[in-house]
Design a protein around this ligand. Sequence first.
Ligand code: ADP
Ligand code: MG
Length: 333
Amino acid sequence: MAVVPSSLADALHDRYTLERELGAGGMATVYLARDLKHDRDVALKVLRPELAAVLGAERFLQEIRISAKLDHPHILTLIDSGAVDGFLYYVLSFVRGESLRDKLNREKQLGIEEALAITKQVASALDYAHRQGVVHRDIKPENILIQEGEAVVADFGIALAVREAGGPRLTESGLSLGTPQYMSPEQATGGRELDARSDVYSLAAVVYEMLAGEPPHTGPTVQAVIAKLLTERPTRIRTVRDTVPEGVDTAVAKALAKVPVDRFAGAAEFAAALAVPGAGPTAGWRRRTRCGRRDRGRGAGPGWRTPRSPRHRRRRWPAHRARSPAAAAPAGS
Ligand SMILES: Nc1ncnc2c1ncn2[C@@H]1O[C@H](COP(=O)(O)OP(=O)(O)O)[C@@H](O)[C@H]1O
Ligand SMILES: [Mg+2]
């Protein structure tokens, strides 16, 4: 594990103690830190020095203010931000969980119900942000964190700030801003006027990977992936996984359309299309759960439930047992 640079630790010492590095992405290094004022763990993200140099403190803090206004249960809360001794940093609540990337690395493909629940939560975060005029621009499994069984979206607006402010100088600095696999065609070709539909495309690419096991377009190089995402239609999900309901397959294909106007107008519309009758769980899944508690309140309507954490399961278990004499018997013995 990389050591915490002492200059950074010194610069922040009166507010935060840096414990260890949690990870590093294209733009920043993330540390587990102790917020001394509130005596709590936080995630402190420090922009790469090259990036901090091209971006500048003023522009960075201005963009951070925009994302700080977002307040939604599926958006990771921004706690603080600042510029000290040439470092640009922002502080987020620390997620004691894992990213969707970690989960996909481990499980490769998710259950249909779970994948759709995660999608619904991310879509609600996007819909909210879009209504505030904020486009995420970097929706990918790394930026979806799973906390207590709920999805929270990280890095709202940050990628936007970096890409726009950095511009050509960013490319000169040799920084790569991540994978193009979840980028919309208009974003991959350097479009600046990205709107909600670009995020819809990226979310659809994430859904595609959760269900199919890999993103819609893959290739050995960034250029190869970009060439494919501009010209090729991805293999339909049902070709590789025929248990996925037709409605889901169709909605994802529409959201992955090359031209924004052929997609859904927004994240809410996409989520609604995933939830219509026929897009819900497969008939087999329904049969299995008809008598079970998992079936309660669910259906083909818009009411996809969130994946339940073990805590939820524990809470629900006694109620279920009480209704079932067979299950209640051993409980009393
Ligand atoms: N708030 C957080 N709580 C816990 N871990 C985090 C948090 N934010 C980021 N991380 C971890 O740090 C890693 C790097 O994050 P980031 O710089 O956003 O890069 P990227 O999103 O490209 O992976 C993430 O993949 C994640 O594992
Ligand atoms: Mg991130």
